[in-house]
Design a protein around this ligand. Structure first.
Ligand code: HEM
Length: 453
């Protein structure tokens, strides 16, 4: 079997000197790495007066994300970038407040709750196919953005991504490509509100985003839920949510912020996973043929329960391999609140710990043929995101992505629908390289040809 090695950034022979590293970091952090990064377990650096420890050691990662997690919080830069879209929702909450929110949200993401979302994912897949009609030359980024938004809007609010909702991907894309991009002021800021003048465009986005989420919730409340689904949508579950310890519900503002968080965290990441999986399949037509055979043998309309997804092991493994190569969350960062030691490395309060799934997933110590596209490496591995120590597409520890199963089930539905009718072909041979812009995006938006089988 011929192994496919997807295009990758040049790996520098030696670590870049700071005067090259820093500007390149703001252009694309994924292009700064040297051979050493993919072989070492720890690396120290500093920028803007902040010490940073990059950790690839699974024991060190476990220490930071699990064993001593109370000493580590999300850094200021994340709050500056994400607060405008996520408000006081679970992603940016800390300590007891985070624990309370996570407890209340847990019932939304149990296997039974995800199972109930299957009809929504099914409809999102069918609508994606009807929009594609006879295929042709298309931007898969746009197709998946629209379909993933459709899926999350249906799951959250039983609504379609039509009319004014179709503006949501544009809002998100504009934010991620503009005001939401990290800048040197974010590097220098010590609190969320420092350099307030540099936050004006983020605040303006926040006002528009909040008004949009409020109007979607109002629309859904006026329309009522979807009676066809016994447990309703995620909004129904949020309205009914009670803290198991205090029996208190969520206020309207909290419900709005959790919906904002699910929308913001849920559809850009998933649509990127689908884009990269499709790109990989376009590079490997033989694997794509095998996958299409699997889907032809058990078509998407036959899937009615999560267990049915077991008919598509290759599909699952392809998504997992796409998440390995191009983890949408390429960095998981924490700021130490107090002094600590990680793997023998002293950490002072204020140090930032950087865990990069992008680096870890291509690390020579942990992966056989790390640069090859090999979905079969995940064959038979149960929930590798929770069991394989060097595989962290969804993070790790108690703050692991709450939507991991949601994303994978949705992803399998949408890609299966696409491949049940079309083959994905590249229209040119120019490489597509990953760039980190809050999520891992392509450096250009390639046109693909989707041809009816
Ligand atoms: C392929 C798709 C996705 C990827 C790769 C992904 C990745 C991640 C990662 C790496 C984290 C942990 C960040 C950290 O520890 O700093 C995270 C957290 C989170 N994700 Fe996802 N995510 C995806 C889809 C989703 C979906 C579909 C939802 C909701 C519908 C969601 C909601 C969240 C939330 C709320 C958190 C914060 C959890 C907490 O702090 O307790 N994600 N995600």
């Amino acid at each position: 079997m011929v192994l496919i090695h997807p295009p990758a950034h040049k790996i520098h022979a030696r670590p870049l000197p700071k005067w090259r590293w820093l500007p390149q970091f703001f252009i694309n952090p994924l292009s700064i790495y040297s051979e050493q990064a993919f072989q070492s377990l720890y690396a120290r650096s500093s920028a803007f007066g902040i010490d940073t420890l990059s950790v690839n050691d699974p024991a060190g990662i476990k220490h930071v994300l699990l064993d001593n997690m109370s000493n580590y919080r999300r850094p200021v830069v994340l709050a500056r970038l994400f607060r405008p879209a996520m408000g006081q929702g679970v992603f940016l909450a800390e300590s007891d407040e985070w624990r309370r929110q996570r407890r209340m949200l847990a019932p939304l993401f149990t296997p039974a709750a995800i199972n109930d979302l299957i009809p929504h994912f099914q409809t999102a897949g069918e609508q994606m196919l009807s929009r594609l009609s006879g295929g042709g030359e298309i931007s898969l980024s746009e197709v998946f953005h629209r379909a993933a938004l459709d899926a999350v809007l249906k799951a959250l609010f039983s609504l379609k991504a039509e009319g004014h909702h179709a503006d949501i991907p544009v809002m998100v894309r504009d934010y991620l490509g503009g005001a939401g991009r990290p800048n040197p002021m974010d590097g220098m800021a010590r609190t969320e509100s420092d350099f307030g003048w540099a936050m004006a465009s983020r605040q303006s986005f926040s006002r528009k985003w909040t008004a949009m989420v409020d109007s979607v919730i109002a629309e859904r409340r006026a329309a009522g839920g979807d009676a066809a689904h016994a447990r309703g949508d995620l909004l129904d579950l949020l309205l009914a949510a009670r803290d198991p310890q205090t029996a208190e519900g969520l206020s309207d503002a909290e419900i709005r912020d959790q919906c904002s968080t699910m929308l913001a965290a849920g559809f850009e990441t998933t649509s990127r996973m689908l884009f990269w999986a499709s790109y990989l399949l376009s590079l490997d037509p033989a694997e794509q043929d095998r996958l299409c055979g699997e889907i032809a043998a058990f078509s998407p309309d036959q899937v009615t329960r999560m267990e049915d997804l077991a008919h598509w092991p290759r599909l699952r493994n392809t998504l997992l391999e796409a998440l390995r190569f191009y983890p949408p969350a390429a960095y998981i960062t924490r700021r130490a609140m107090g002094d600590d030691e990680v793997g023998g490395h002293r950490i002072r309060a204020g140090t930032e710990v950087w865990i990069s799934p992008f680096v870890l997933h291509r690390h020579k110590k942990f992966w056989d043929q790390p640069t090859a596209f090999m979905p079969d490496r995940f064959a038979g591995v149960n929930a590798p995101w929770a069991t394989v120590e060097a595989y962290l597409p969804f993070g790790a520890g108690p703050r692991i992505c709450i939507g991991a199963s949601f994303a994978l089930v949705e992803g399998q539905f949408l890609l299966a629908h696409l491949l049940s009718r079309f083959r994905i072909l590249a229209t040119d041979e120019r490489p597509v390289l990953p760039v980190f812009r809050v999520t891992t995006v392509p450096d250009r938006d390639p046109v693909f040809s989707v041809a009816v089988v």
